[in-house]
Design a protein around this ligand. Structure first.
Ligand code: SF4
Length: 344
């Protein structure tokens, strides 16, 4: 039987459920506090709840939606978690310390249907969407990490999967993550990344003020069609229109992620094309030199090439930041551990 995860419920839903169990409504708020503000690891830690209520909870709902399968740490301090789901699939989260930031990268799907050519998760195909609890619990588990948990202060949906292809569950998870009575992250510290699902972007913009990142990776349709098949459905003109129309809060910009692949999308001419493409969009660009994975057909460009690309963008008055590729030796590129497990 499919387990019922308690972290699937919003506070309102929890109140209804607790009332259905014959308990007073304030018990739901107590329970919610244990789940998130206290982030308990076991029902026995809920000391102000009656034993009989705890016993009923234990028999009817699951506190944890994920089991830690392994944790790896890279020389640069990046920590990578491999989680096993109840049905045997695996997902990954990566915790990246970069003071003053400590960013947790979470997954929104097991696998991914979008098949970007440079991405290992894309090669796995889509196994299934994650439930709200399976997303929220990645954060709860990381916050309990004895090494870095207390330092986590920002969250990005850039792990396995396309978050906007699982938007209902992602929005529910975001509401718990940003709830002042829940996991208490500021919306400013949460970023959702998309490969460019235009209709869902419109919905996202009206649903929540979290940050938006676009995985752009190519400055023209011919190359993007090849690297990212989603572009054949939502070509760049349509995507850029959605970006220009996106309801941004004051002083906010959309982040464009651009993975540089040697000899494919890293020339100064392509940087100029990117400048033209981003005209009229409140944009900042993250440049990431490709992090190779086993079997990959792409290579990492030289630092000189990366700097040249950045220079073109900067001369056009665009904010372009080179992001370090983190955790190389532990396979921190998304999908590497789950692919290795071979059962995903
Ligand atoms: S890059 Fe993102 S959207 Fe593309 S296949 Fe990988 S996980 Fe999916």
């Amino acid at each position: 039987m499919k387990p019922l995860f308690i972290k699937n419920f919003t506070l309102q839903e929890l109140e209804a459920r607790v009332a259905g169990m014959g308990e007073k409504p304030f018990r739901a708020r107590q329970l919610y506090k244990h789940l998130y503000a206290r982030n308990v690891a076991d029902w026995s830690e809920c000391t102000d709840l009656s034993r009989s209520f705890c016993a009923r909870l234990e028999s009817e709902v699951s506190l944890h939606a994920l089991a830690v399968s392994r944790v790896d740490e890279a020389d640069d301090g990046t920590r990578k978690y491999l989680f096993r789901l109840h049905d045997g699939h695996f997902i990954e989260s990566v915790l990246i310390p970069d003071p003053p930031r400590c960013t947790l990268c979470v997954s929104s799907q097991a696998g991914c249907a979008l098949g970007c050519k440079f991405c290992l998760t894309g090669k796995l195909g889509l196994k299934r969407n994650l439930q709200t609890a399976e997303i929220v619990d990645q954060v709860c588990q990381a916050l309990r990490d004895p090494k870095l948990g207390s330092k986590v202060n920002s969250l990005v949906f850039m792990g396995m999967g396309e978050p906007l292809a699982n938007l209902d569950q992602v929005l529910r998870a975001v509401s718990i993550i940003t709830d002042p009575n829940g996991l208490m992250f500021s919306h400013r510290r949460v970023t959702l990344s998309t490969a460019g699902l235009v209709p869902q972007m419109r919905r996202l913009g009206t649903a929540t003020p979290v940050n938006l990142a676009i995985s752009i990776h190519a400055p023209n349709d011919a190359l993007r069609d090849d690297l990212m098949p989603v572009n054949r459905t939502y070509p760049l003109a349509e995507l850029m229109r959605a970006c220009r129309d996106y309801p941004l809060q004051a002083r906010k910009r959309i982040t464009f992620e651009y993975i540089l692949l040697e000899g494919v999308n890293d020339s100064p001419a392509q940087a100029k094309e990117l400048v033209r493409l981003l005209r009229g969009v409140a944009a900042k660009i993250n440049l990431i030199a490709f992090n190779p994975h086993p079997g990959s057909i792409f290579r990492t460009p030289s630092m000189e090439r990366v700097l040249e690309f950045q220079d073109v963008l900067r001369k056009a008055n665009l904010t372009a930041i080179i992001r370090k590729s983190r955790g190389g030796e532990i396979g921190a590129a998304c999908g590497q551990l789950a692919a290795k497990e071979g059962r995903n």
